[in-house]
Design a protein around this ligand. Sequence first.
Ligand SMILES: [Zn+2]
Length: 311
Amino acid sequence: MSSTILLRVCWCLPLVAMPIILFGQGMDPTIRTGATVQVSDHVYYIPDESRPLVPNVGIVVGSDATLVIDSGLGLENGTIVLAEAQALSQGALFYVAATHTHPEHDLGAMAFPENAVVVRSASQEMDIEEFGMGLAERFATFSARTAALLDGAYIRESDMVFDGEHTLDLGGVHVHLLEAGPAHTRGDLAFLVVEDSVLFTGDVVMNEFPNPMSPTSSIDRWLERLDELEALKPKMVIPCHYPIGGIEMIGNYRRYFLAVKEKTLALAENDLPRDAIMETVQEEIAAMFGDFHAPQRIRTAVGVVLRERQP
Ligand SMILES: [Zn+2]
C-alpha cells in the first residue's frame, strides 16, 4: 500500500491507535477554491478529492436561501466555502448544517455571517456537549497546517435545533433533514434535496469501508437507517468523503453490515477469542469488498457487533 493511500484512508481511524507518522508535515486539508461542480438543478458540491480531513461540501441553492452542508475545517476553509456559496446564491439567507459534528464538517460555520442560520439536530447537540473540541485538538497535532487551520477555531452555537426530521424551504427547492445515527456518530444527519432527488449521506453511506467511530455507534440501527435512506429512492448519493455515486451504495453497505454481523455472530457462537474473530472476519470481508481501502475498519464493526450481541 502506498503512503498516498495510507494518507487517504487513515484519517478517520480510531485516533488512539492512529499512526501519527503517516500524516507527516505535508497534510493540508484546505478546500479547493473554484472547484465547485453542479450536479443537478439546485445542487452543487466541492469534491474532497479523497483528501484527509476534507469533506465533500454540499451547496443547495434556492431562490430565497442557500444551504451549505459541511463547512470545512476552521475559519479559512469556512471562508472559502462561503465565497463559493455566495457566488452561486440567489437569496441573501444562508443555512449552515453538518452531516455530523466532527471538526472538518462543522467548524467552518464560524466564517459565516452573523445572520446565517446554523441548523443542528438534538443528537448533534448531545455530541457537541459530550465531545466538544476534543477531536479538533487531536487533529491540530497532525501537521503544522492543521494546527494553523484550527487556531482560534470554535463551535458556533446553533440557531435552530430539531428532533428527528425537519424540512427547509429554500425557495423553489426543499431539503429534508433526517437524523441518520447512531451510525458513524450519534448525530449523523442525511439531507434529501427533494426536487432533485439528491441525497447527502455523510459517513453513513460512502464508497469506502464505514467507520463506526462513536461509543454510541450501532450496527443494528445503521441497518435500519439504510432501509430508511433507500426508501427515499435517491437518484444521486453524495457521501461526505470519497467519490459520489448512486443508490447502489446503500445496498453495498447493507450487504457489508449483514455479512460482518453474520460472520461475527457465527464465530462468537463457537466461542472463538475476540482477536481471532476480528482477524477472520476482516480477511473474509476485505476479500468481498476489494474496491474498498482501510480493511482495519472491519475490526471496529466486529467490535460493535460483539458489543450489541445478546448475552
Ligand atoms: Zn467523521
